[in-house]
Unconditional design. Structure first.
Length: 284
């Protein structure tokens, strides 16, 4: 039998106690979780406001994909697209998803840096749930992806790409972009919990980034892939993110409910896995 320390809440109460030791219900817990996630996202926005250099430099690669790769293959007409949709318009949502992937996939480096600086240890002893720390960082990467996504949409518009002007579809596309970015950030933080060092994480991140990109439908439809690659594409969350963005932004037929369900499920699984490995990362 175990006994609580004098003045401490009983074990069955401590598991659901708030910061002041008062028992909280599920709604209060979710509210506290939401407030922590919002605070961590706001920290990320403040970082971007103080230093916009990274946003400018990261926008160069997507711009090159659209301007060079997109324009060349639009003229070559080597890649089939749905009737009436030029290749550049077909490519733009794929580059949006690619941009979010490239931002998020190395997000685990930040949490390793915070561990080395002692910040993670301080966060771990606060009442903030582990899931809130991971979720906050995951959706902070989504905020970065969303801001960069706006720049990509502007570049695409300047190149003559006609995207939807429906505000509800644009809002839904923003949610999809943030969900996709959140999943890949969780994947990165999960790898960080396993690799526990920046060098290993960098190596693994570099090894999986391009395969994830090229095995998705970001550049070409899955129907022209070889059979074995179609199987990989079907289990690649990036494929579902691209499909949802194409359906919302340029009207390509898609199963939006399935795309959203897969991304949501993958993100929840990623948050769970990264949260479980957070103690392992902090203790190294």
């Amino acid at each position: 039998m175990t006994y609580a320390a004098p003045g401490a809440p009983p074990a069955d109460l401590a598991s659901t106690a708030g910061p002041l030791g008062v028992a909280e219900g599920p709604l209060a817990y979710l509210a506290r979780l939401g407030s922590r996630v919002t605070a961590l996202c706001w920290v990320e926005v403040r970082k971007i406001r103080h230093d916009r250099t990274e946003l400018y430099t990261r926008a160069i690669q997507p711009a090159l994909w659209l301007i060079i790769y997109g324009e060349v293959f639009t003229h070559v007409r080597a890649i089939p697209t749905p009737k009436g949709i030029p290749y550049l318009a077909y490519l733009a949502p794929g580059i949006l998803a690619q941009s979010a992937l490239f931002i998020a996939i190395f997000y685990g480096i930040q949490i390793i840096w915070e561990r080395d600086a002692g910040v993670l240890t301080k966060l771990m002893v606060t009442p903030t749930p582990r899931a809130a720390l991971i979720t906050g960082k995951a959706f902070a990467s989504g905020v970065r992806s969303l801001i960069q996504g706006v720049a990509i949409v502007i570049i695409a518009a300047l190149l003559g790409v006609s995207l939807t002007a429906n505000p509800l579809k644009l809002l839904a596309a923003a949610v999809i972009l943030m969900l996709g970015s959140a999943f890949f950030a969780c994947l990165s933080m999960t790898i960080a919990g396993l690799a526990v060092s920046r060098d290993r994480l960098m190596g693994i991140g570099q090894a999986i980034t391009m395969p994830l990109f090229f095995s998705s439908s970001a550049l070409y439809p899955a129907s022209i892939m070889p059979g074995w690659l179609q199987v990989i594409s079907a289990v690649n969350p990036l494929t579902y993110e691209v499909g949802a963005l194409r359906g919302l932004l340029i009207g390509v037929p898609t199963t939006l409910w399935l795309d959203t369900l897969v991304l949501t499920g993958a993100t929840v699984a990623g948050i769970t896995a990264a949260s479980l490995l957070l103690n392992r990362l902090a203790s190294r």
